[in-house]
Design a protein around this ligand. Structure first.
Ligand code: GLU
Length: 401
């Protein structure tokens, strides 16, 4: 058989594709030449499978979708505290090119708006490196997220640089507060080049999947950034990724996301999937109209809303066999805090006259560090009560397993 996922994606494009709402961005002249009818979607899974539909071969400039990835590189290179000292993590509620600076410090409110992204760009790599080297490190970093060597669309780069007055003004303003000492002309040039990196929806899906996969590219296996960086970036995408529509987006779709003015959009669902869409017409917030629709549809159909995850705690106990002095506790599924809490509660109910408990772990799908420590503590406490615990598949409680 053939997997039905590509057919499903075609059907999603079919139902979301008929809208003519929105406008192609024209404040960057080259973007105004985009074919407004193009539409594409791709999904990348945690084991590196890509499904794509529509105009998936079409390449376009990444624009603001580069911001979370440059932020990831800056975090990797300088650590959380140093980056937080220069760029905040509060949603601004403002448009992408607003002067959203904290009044007291002049620190940009977050790295997803232009003024924050300018500072973030200047934080990639060692501060002493030259422009060519920073350009290269940004391009190499974005390429590692995508799993292939990306390039720059020179026409888009030149076109935006010629009309970059507002970003230049933001660059000078943020330097006047002492948040950065970097040369604004240089930063805007490098940032504009970063925004002109060319991608297609497959690239976007893999880049998003890399964040969703804890910073390791599921296609290449390369650990691009450590898990704490991926978590930080996804958190900021969840709260600030969709400009001033971020709250509406998160309550409707519930997937950490980032959009770009060329019409691209990514969604990264931790541990599950990376999504990339492309459709150039934008709504009043600068988000792709049909891209948003496609993501809404995927989220609803596939139950992808992050806040809609069903509680699994009650299901981790498969069976509890009580047989006099010997009991057997069979666990299943993914053991995290809530599941382990349920197991500890069950252990606490085991009467003191029981001599032996077999804890069967052979059916569990996974156990995270917290779950492991909680189970070990339960076993220790049963032991203190004089109850011997025998483990079926004890290797699951080995921290290196
Ligand atoms: N390069 C664009 C700018 O700075 C990015 C904006 C966006 O994609 O939202 O204006």
């Amino acid at each position: 058989m053939e997997t039905p996922v590509p057919d499903y994606l075609l059907e999603v494009l079919d139902t979301c594709g008929d809208s003519r709402e929105g406008m192609v961005a024209d404040y960057i002249p080259e973007l105004a030449t985009a074919d407004p009818d193009l539409l594409a979607v791709a999904l990348a899974t945690m084991d590196g499978q890509i499904h794509a539909a529509g105009d998936a071969g079409h390449r376009f400039s990444i624009q603001s979708i580069s911001k979370p990835f440059a932020y990831a590189l800056a975090l990797r290179d300088h650590g959380l505290d140093a980056v937080l000292a220069s760029v905040g993590v509060e949603p601004s509620g403002d448009a992408f090119n607003e002067i959203s600076l904290e009044p007291a410090t002049g620190r940009p409110r977050n790295p997803m708006i232009n003024v924050g992204a300018l500072v973030t760009h200047s934080l990639v790599g060692d501060p002493r490196i030259g422009r060519e080297e920073r350009d290269q490190q940004v391009l190499d970093g974005l390429s590692a997220f995508a799993g292939r060597a990306l390039d720059v669309d020179d026409r888009v780069f030149t076109s935006e640089l010629e009309t970059a007055d507002r970003n230049l003004a933001l660059g000078y303003l943020v330097r006047s507060y002492g948040v950065t000492t970097a040369d604004p002309e240089e930063v805007v040039r490098g940032y504009t080049r970063q925004c002109a990196v060319r991608v297609d929806v497959r690239d976007l899906a893999v880049m998003a999947a890399t964040l969703a996969h804890g910073g390791t590219n599921p296609l290449t296996g390369v650990a691009v950034v450590p898990p704490w960086v991926a978590r930080q970036v996804l958190s900021v995408m969840a709260t600030c990724g969709m400009y001033d529509a971020a709250g509406d987006w998160f309550s409707h779709v519930g997937i950490p996301a980032k959009s770009g003015v060329a019409g691209g959009l990514i969604g990264a669902l931790p541990g599950q999937v990376g999504i990339g869409t492309f459709s150039p017409r934008l709504d009043e917030f600068g988000n792709s109209v049909r891209g948003v629709r496609v993501c809404e549809r995927l989220s609803n159909d596939m139950g992808l809303h992050l806040m809609g995850t069903p509680a699994t705690g009650a299901h981790v106990i498969r069976r509890h066999l009580r047989d006099g002095e010997r009991q057997r506790l069979e666990l299943q599924g993914a053991i995290r805090f809530s599941g382990a809490e349920a197991v500890l509660r069950t252990m606490a109910e085991i009467p003191p006259d029981v001599r032996e408990v077999t804890l069967d772990l052979s059916r569990i799908a996974s156990v995270d560090d917290v779950g492991r420590r909680m189970l070990l503590e339960g076993i220790r406490r049963l032991g203190l009560d004089g109850i011997a615990v025998e483990l079926d598949r004890p290797d699951y409680l080995d921290p290196d397993s």
